[in-house]
Design a protein. Structure first.
Length: 218
Protein backbone atom coordinates (compact mmCIF):
# COMPACT_ATOMS: atom_id res chain seq x y z
CA UNK A 1 0.00 0.00 0.00
CA UNK A 2 1.09 3.56 -0.63
CA UNK A 3 0.87 5.96 2.29
CA UNK A 4 -2.17 7.57 0.68
CA UNK A 5 -3.86 4.18 0.46
CA UNK A 6 -3.01 3.49 4.08
CA UNK A 7 -4.57 6.80 5.11
CA UNK A 8 -7.71 6.00 3.14
CA UNK A 9 -7.92 2.51 4.69
CA UNK A 10 -7.54 4.01 8.16
CA UNK A 11 -10.27 6.59 7.59
CA UNK A 12 -12.68 4.07 6.04
CA UNK A 13 -12.16 1.54 8.84
CA UNK A 14 -12.65 4.11 11.59
CA UNK A 15 -15.80 5.48 9.96
CA UNK A 16 -17.27 1.97 9.76
CA UNK A 17 -16.43 1.26 13.40
CA UNK A 18 -17.50 4.66 14.77
CA UNK A 19 -20.23 6.24 12.64
CA UNK A 20 -21.48 7.89 15.82
CA UNK A 21 -18.69 9.28 17.95
CA UNK A 22 -19.25 9.80 21.68
CA UNK A 23 -17.23 12.53 23.37
CA UNK A 24 -15.27 10.93 26.24
CA UNK A 25 -15.65 13.74 28.79
CA UNK A 26 -19.12 14.54 30.16
CA UNK A 27 -20.01 18.22 29.81
CA UNK A 28 -22.92 20.57 29.13
CA UNK A 29 -21.32 23.56 27.44
CA UNK A 30 -17.92 25.03 26.46
CA UNK A 31 -17.11 26.05 30.04
CA UNK A 32 -17.75 22.65 31.59
CA UNK A 33 -15.85 21.02 28.71
CA UNK A 34 -12.89 23.35 29.30
CA UNK A 35 -12.81 22.44 33.00
CA UNK A 36 -13.19 18.71 32.28
CA UNK A 37 -10.36 18.72 29.74
CA UNK A 38 -8.12 20.66 32.12
CA UNK A 39 -8.83 18.08 34.83
CA UNK A 40 -8.05 15.19 32.50
CA UNK A 41 -4.35 16.03 32.30
CA UNK A 42 -2.43 12.99 33.61
CA UNK A 43 -5.71 11.44 34.72
CA UNK A 44 -8.37 9.24 33.12
CA UNK A 45 -11.66 10.27 31.55
CA UNK A 46 -13.45 7.81 33.84
CA UNK A 47 -12.00 9.46 36.94
CA UNK A 48 -12.75 12.95 35.63
CA UNK A 49 -16.36 11.99 34.84
CA UNK A 50 -16.72 10.82 38.44
CA UNK A 51 -15.47 14.12 39.86
CA UNK A 52 -16.95 16.77 37.57
CA UNK A 53 -20.57 16.23 38.74
CA UNK A 54 -19.42 17.04 42.29
CA UNK A 55 -17.62 20.17 41.12
CA UNK A 56 -20.34 21.32 38.73
CA UNK A 57 -23.00 20.84 41.37
CA UNK A 58 -21.26 23.65 43.23
CA UNK A 59 -20.18 25.67 40.19
CA UNK A 60 -20.87 25.01 36.52
CA UNK A 61 -20.06 28.54 35.36
CA UNK A 62 -17.21 30.99 36.03
CA UNK A 63 -19.33 33.28 38.20
CA UNK A 64 -20.09 30.54 40.70
CA UNK A 65 -16.61 29.08 40.42
CA UNK A 66 -14.87 32.23 41.67
CA UNK A 67 -17.18 32.26 44.69
CA UNK A 68 -15.31 29.16 45.80
CA UNK A 69 -11.78 29.40 47.16
CA UNK A 70 -8.87 27.67 45.47
CA UNK A 71 -8.70 25.35 48.47
CA UNK A 72 -12.38 24.40 48.17
CA UNK A 73 -11.88 23.57 44.49
CA UNK A 74 -8.77 21.60 45.33
CA UNK A 75 -10.57 19.44 47.90
CA UNK A 76 -13.20 18.42 45.35
CA UNK A 77 -10.78 17.63 42.51
CA UNK A 78 -8.05 15.90 44.54
CA UNK A 79 -8.83 12.42 43.13
CA UNK A 80 -7.87 13.45 39.58
CA UNK A 81 -4.33 14.42 40.62
CA UNK A 82 -2.27 17.60 40.24
CA UNK A 83 -4.94 19.35 42.29
CA UNK A 84 -2.79 22.30 43.49
CA UNK A 85 -2.03 23.39 39.92
CA UNK A 86 -5.44 22.52 38.51
CA UNK A 87 -7.42 24.29 41.27
CA UNK A 88 -5.41 27.49 40.82
CA UNK A 89 -5.89 27.23 37.06
CA UNK A 90 -9.64 26.72 37.31
CA UNK A 91 -10.09 29.66 39.65
CA UNK A 92 -7.74 31.89 37.67
CA UNK A 93 -9.20 31.17 34.24
CA UNK A 94 -12.72 31.65 35.58
CA UNK A 95 -11.75 35.11 36.80
CA UNK A 96 -10.23 35.97 33.40
CA UNK A 97 -13.30 34.72 31.52
CA UNK A 98 -15.45 37.08 33.58
CA UNK A 99 -13.12 40.06 33.28
CA UNK A 100 -12.19 39.71 29.59
CA UNK A 101 -14.87 37.59 27.92
CA UNK A 102 -18.11 38.34 29.78
CA UNK A 103 -18.05 34.87 31.29
CA UNK A 104 -17.93 33.12 27.92
CA UNK A 105 -15.26 30.71 26.68
CA UNK A 106 -13.52 32.12 23.59
CA UNK A 107 -13.49 29.95 20.46
CA UNK A 108 -9.97 31.03 19.60
CA UNK A 109 -6.90 28.84 20.15
CA UNK A 110 -4.58 31.72 20.96
CA UNK A 111 -6.98 33.21 23.51
CA UNK A 112 -7.54 29.84 25.17
CA UNK A 113 -3.81 29.13 25.43
CA UNK A 114 -3.39 32.39 27.36
CA UNK A 115 -5.64 31.09 30.14
CA UNK A 116 -4.01 29.62 33.28
CA UNK A 117 -3.35 25.85 33.11
CA UNK A 118 -4.65 25.67 29.52
CA UNK A 119 -2.13 24.18 27.14
CA UNK A 120 -2.22 23.53 23.42
CA UNK A 121 -3.94 20.15 23.70
CA UNK A 122 -6.66 21.45 26.01
CA UNK A 123 -7.30 24.43 23.74
CA UNK A 124 -7.43 22.13 20.70
CA UNK A 125 -10.01 19.85 22.33
CA UNK A 126 -12.20 22.79 23.31
CA UNK A 127 -12.24 24.51 19.91
CA UNK A 128 -12.80 21.16 18.21
CA UNK A 129 -15.52 19.66 20.41
CA UNK A 130 -17.26 22.80 21.66
CA UNK A 131 -17.07 25.01 18.57
CA UNK A 132 -16.43 22.70 15.62
CA UNK A 133 -13.19 24.47 14.68
CA UNK A 134 -10.86 22.03 12.86
CA UNK A 135 -8.14 20.83 15.25
CA UNK A 136 -6.27 17.62 15.92
CA UNK A 137 -5.56 17.23 19.64
CA UNK A 138 -3.00 14.49 20.25
CA UNK A 139 -3.30 12.33 23.35
CA UNK A 140 -1.32 9.20 24.28
CA UNK A 141 -3.55 6.93 22.17
CA UNK A 142 -3.16 9.04 19.02
CA UNK A 143 0.57 9.44 19.60
CA UNK A 144 0.95 5.66 19.98
CA UNK A 145 -1.17 4.74 16.98
CA UNK A 146 0.29 7.30 14.61
CA UNK A 147 3.64 5.64 15.33
CA UNK A 148 2.32 2.07 15.09
CA UNK A 149 0.70 2.88 11.76
CA UNK A 150 3.86 4.44 10.37
CA UNK A 151 2.30 7.88 10.05
CA UNK A 152 4.69 9.65 12.45
CA UNK A 153 8.13 9.06 13.93
CA UNK A 154 6.93 9.05 17.54
CA UNK A 155 9.47 11.64 18.69
CA UNK A 156 6.95 14.00 20.33
CA UNK A 157 3.29 15.01 20.22
CA UNK A 158 4.09 18.25 18.39
CA UNK A 159 5.49 16.29 15.46
CA UNK A 160 2.64 13.77 15.66
CA UNK A 161 0.06 16.57 15.43
CA UNK A 162 1.90 18.13 12.50
CA UNK A 163 2.00 14.78 10.68
CA UNK A 164 -1.69 14.06 11.39
CA UNK A 165 -2.73 17.43 10.00
CA UNK A 166 -0.60 16.89 6.92
CA UNK A 167 -1.94 13.39 6.20
CA UNK A 168 -5.62 13.62 7.05
CA UNK A 169 -8.17 15.92 5.32
CA UNK A 170 -8.92 18.98 7.42
CA UNK A 171 -12.69 18.41 7.30
CA UNK A 172 -12.17 15.04 9.02
CA UNK A 173 -9.84 16.14 11.83
CA UNK A 174 -12.49 16.65 14.50
CA UNK A 175 -14.04 13.22 13.98
CA UNK A 176 -10.79 11.39 13.36
CA UNK A 177 -9.04 12.42 16.54
CA UNK A 178 -11.95 11.02 18.57
CA UNK A 179 -12.25 7.90 16.42
CA UNK A 180 -8.55 7.15 16.88
CA UNK A 181 -8.85 7.59 20.65
CA UNK A 182 -11.73 5.11 20.84
CA UNK A 183 -9.94 2.71 18.51
CA UNK A 184 -6.80 2.88 20.60
CA UNK A 185 -8.70 2.09 23.76
CA UNK A 186 -10.68 -0.78 22.28
CA UNK A 187 -8.38 -2.41 19.73
CA UNK A 188 -4.84 -1.12 20.07
CA UNK A 189 -4.00 -0.41 23.72
CA UNK A 190 -0.48 0.02 25.07
CA UNK A 191 -0.94 -3.04 27.30
CA UNK A 192 -2.84 -6.23 26.61
CA UNK A 193 -2.57 -5.60 22.89
CA UNK A 194 -4.00 -8.29 20.58
CA UNK A 195 -2.75 -7.78 17.04
CA UNK A 196 -5.41 -10.08 15.59
CA UNK A 197 -8.13 -7.74 16.89
CA UNK A 198 -6.27 -4.64 15.69
CA UNK A 199 -7.21 -4.70 12.01
CA UNK A 200 -5.66 -1.33 11.16
CA UNK A 201 -2.23 -2.07 12.62
CA UNK A 202 -2.33 -5.62 11.24
CA UNK A 203 -3.02 -4.23 7.77
CA UNK A 204 -0.91 -1.09 7.56
CA UNK A 205 1.30 -1.05 10.68
CA UNK A 206 5.07 -0.76 10.83
CA UNK A 207 6.72 -4.10 10.11
CA UNK A 208 9.10 -3.57 13.03
CA UNK A 209 6.17 -3.14 15.45
CA UNK A 210 4.37 -6.22 14.09
CA UNK A 211 7.54 -8.34 14.15
CA UNK A 212 8.28 -7.23 17.70
CA UNK A 213 4.75 -8.22 18.74
CA UNK A 214 4.99 -11.62 17.04
CA UNK A 215 8.38 -12.26 18.62
CA UNK A 216 6.97 -11.50 22.07
CA UNK A 217 4.19 -14.03 21.50
CA UNK A 218 6.43 -16.82 20.19
Amino acid sequence: MTKSEKVDFCIETLEKLYPEIPIPLDHEDPYTLLIAVLLSAQSTDVRVNQITPLLFERADNPYDMIKMSVEEIREIIKPVGLSPMKSKGIHGLSQILIEQYKGEVPNDMEALEQLPAVGHKTASVVVSQAFGVPAFPVDTHIHRLMYRWGFSNGKNVVQTERDAKRLFPKEKWNNLHLQIIWYGREYSPARGWDLDADIITKTIGRKSIINQYLKSKS
